[in-house]
Design a binder for this molecule. Sequence first.
Ligand code: C5P
Length: 239
Amino acid sequence: MSPLEVKRIEMKQIEMSRRVMVALDVNDKTQALAMRDKLGDSVGWFKVGLRLFVAEGPDLIADLSRTHQVFLDLKFHDIPNTVAQAIESAGNLGVNMVNVHAGGGKPMLEAAAKAAQAFPDMLLIAVTVLTSDTMPKEQALKVALERAKLAKEAGLHGVVCSVHEAAQIKEVCGADFITVTPGIRWGNQDTQDQQRIADPQMAIEHGSDYLVIGRPILHAENPAHAANEAVRMMEQANY
Ligand code: C5P
């Protein structure tokens, strides 16, 4: 049995709803907590990005952590010492996942990984290439793979990547290297600014461990219903 198959069996033991991360791209704490209450137990995670964290800070993280796992998506990119200190602060907040930018280079990644060791319940992942980057597609895939390898060597737990890169990243970095994939759409949903989308079933079949879903849930008439729909599609995956 290949390592990829072993990893898939492990992930299969986790309920699909625990593998959905809702991107809380909302204005403030009131809206964030209202969304949390609407979604309840239908999803396992919330992703808090720059906008919400800068506006609401650690109090919001504490509130969300009472009911859900929290991914602090601040994409740290600075000198190694500063990033290590930021990772320590994130660990002290009690978040379950935090990320850095792989473009920060190996010394920075190693410093981050070392700081994260003090927090065994926190996953440290890297952003490889931003979707907004203007480099040609083939080059973006090459750079993403190189940076994923670098992150693995530096001791990080995984990367944020597109569903279309997930299988290749698993091949190169190993089955237990975590892939977190945004760009999820299904049915006739608007792709908005996402370039390379995939539906929830396809994401699982391509080796995605965690699905980041924002607008398809946030803007749905009934967010919990939309989340359940995504989970049902994930459960259809044949992998
Ligand atoms: O609304 P939507 O489902 O497109 O949201 C996707 C989330 O994932 C957003 O918070 C976005 O910032 C984030 N993200 C992304 N593409 C990346 C990295 C992060 O869409 N490459």
